[in-house]
Design a protein around this ligand. Structure first.
Ligand SMILES: *Cc1c(COP(=O)(O)O)cnc(C)c1O
Length: 456
């Protein structure tokens, strides 16, 4: 054994204690750490030949890299939709590494059973039924990819083509219809060989990002009975608008289509009694994407994908080999997603659900919604600031009477908060997205005061 491995093995309890103490100090300073420091170039270091042992590596990380790391786990990082890590999720994540299970298959470990239990809990939390099976993937992009891949297979079978065996060339073009699709849907279509152009944007309602269902019906009508994929959006990133899932579902009587719902973060509306109606109908979708490293507040990277057609999913993703278990009634996870070997991502989610339950997570969701409303109300009082949509859930999308990139920079430079720019209906704007369990009303006020200061 290498001398540092021997030494580290002997000193393991102390090394983990030191790492734990350091992590505690990082988390204790999260509220004061610059939320998004400007990246300072770190001079390259050569590949270590002998290494420095864990203690040496930790010291070097603290010196060279940690100072530039963001406070994205903290309460005022409002860029993208970022979330954080609850205490239980963090504990579960640590143990994921300690146990280092390969979550790909069911032999030799009960780890896959824990994933099944976690998926079942999530299914219930999002109001899905037992006919939805699920699996963990690395993020909503992968979840959308899996849903669209199974949808592509479904189209093939309707037209007598086994796409998984024969390839997309045997099927020809596929059509994907969506109102305001997330960029990851285009990416997934590129990966899947359908091509980005397969997505035909459908008109949205006036002043909305939600799809105009009559325009969707007209687009389906124009396909002359050829099956398609409809991507419904349950929470758009700019204004968190929701397609009317029930109205879309009603079109299934007339037109053949696979309904995939991108509910990456909007799915969490199901937890808020005042907002659950926004995802009514989710349970009827053929496939559903929900991100977990956003609003569930587990560390990166985790999402879940649900589908009602496990047979088609196995046709796409099965990975049979002589040395691997065969596909069974309860397929191994490597028959269900793009990955074969994979970390037991479910453990962090299991921990946070076991620790706080649906109720605890409901308070995270309703707290973020309240913070967004609070910030939105204060922003409307700043001269020249305009909300570009009502605050529907957890995001405030607004325009400012000044240069957006300069303001984004000034916010980041303050160290107090981080917001990301966007363009909404051709207008440069900012987004403040709330999804972190640590965020309090005082944080919303602090961001509002910062913007007041920078804009007046
Ligand atoms: C974030 C997001 C995605 C992509 O999620 P990743 O976790 O970054 O892969 C897809 N769709 C929507 C609506 C999102 O908000």
């Amino acid at each position: 054994m290498h001398k540092h491995l021997t030494g580290d093995l002997a000193a393991l309890p102390d090394l983990l204690q030191t790492t734990r103490d350091y992590a505690v100090s990082v988390l204790a300073g999260l509220g004061e750490r610059p939320v998004a420091p400007p990246p300072v170039p770190v001079p390259a270091a050569p590949l270590p030949l002998v290494g420095a042992g864990t203690a040496g590596a930790l010291a070097e990380f603290q010196r060279r890299w940690a100072p530039g790391f963001s406070g994205s786990a903290g309460p005022r990082y409002l860029g993208f939709v970022t979330g954080g890590a609850t205490p239980a999720a963090l504990a579960g994540d640590w143990l994921t590494g300690a146990f280092d299970q390969n979550g790909s298959n069911r032999s030799g470990s009960s780890a896959a059973g824990l994933e099944d239990e976690t998926v079942a809990w999530l299914r219930e939390m999002f109001g899905l039924g037992p006919e939805h099976s699920g699996a963990f993937v690395s993020g909503a992009t992968m979840s959308n990819l899996v849903g669209l891949a199974v949808g592509r297979e479904w189209i093939g079978r309707r037209l007598g083509v086994d796409v998984a065996r024969q390839g997309l060339a045997a099927l020809g073009e596929i059509t994907v219809l969506s109102g305001t699709a997330h960029s990851s849907v285009y990416k997934a279509l590129s990966i899947l060989g359908a091509g980005r152009d397969a997505l035909r944007p459908v008109a949205t309602l006036p002043d909305r990002e939600a799809v105009d269902v009559s325009a969707l019906a007209a687009a389906l009508e124009s396909l002359d009975g050829r099956p398609a994929i409809v991507v419904a959006n349950a929470g758009t990133v700019n204004t968190v608008d929701f397609d009317d899932l029930r109205a879309i579902l009603a079109l299934r009587d007339r037109y053949p289509f696979w309904l995939h719902v991108d509910a990456a973060f909007g799915g969490f509306a199901a937890l808020s009694p005042d907002h659950a109606h926004l995802v009514d109908g989710l349970t009827e979708a053929d496939s559903v994407c929900v991100d977990l490293h956003k609003w569930l507040n587990v560390p990166y990277d985790a999402a879940v994908q649900f589908t009602r057609h496990r047979d088609l999913q196995v046709a796409v993703f099965q990975n049979s080999a002589a040395y691997l278990p065969a596909v069974s009634g309860d397929p191994d996870f490597f028959h269900l997603t793009p990955e074969n070997s994979r970390r037991l991502r479910a453990l962090a989610a299991w921990f946070t659900l076991a620790a706080y339950g649906a109720d605890g997570h409901r308070t995270i969701v309703t707290g973020a919604i309240a913070a967004a409303h609070r910030l939105g109300a204060r922003l409307t009082a700043i001269p020249g600031v305009r909300l570009l949509s009502p605050v529907r859930l957890n995001v405030v999308c607004f325009s400012v009477p000044t240069d957006v990139p300069a303001l984004v920079q000034a916010i980041a430079d303050s160290g107090e908060a981080f917001l990301t720019p966007t363009v909404y209906r051709g207008e440069p704007a900012l987004r403040a997205a709330f999804s972190n369990w640590r965020t309090t009303p005082a944080d919303a006020d602090r961001v509002a005061a910062l913007l007041e200061r920078l804009l007046t």
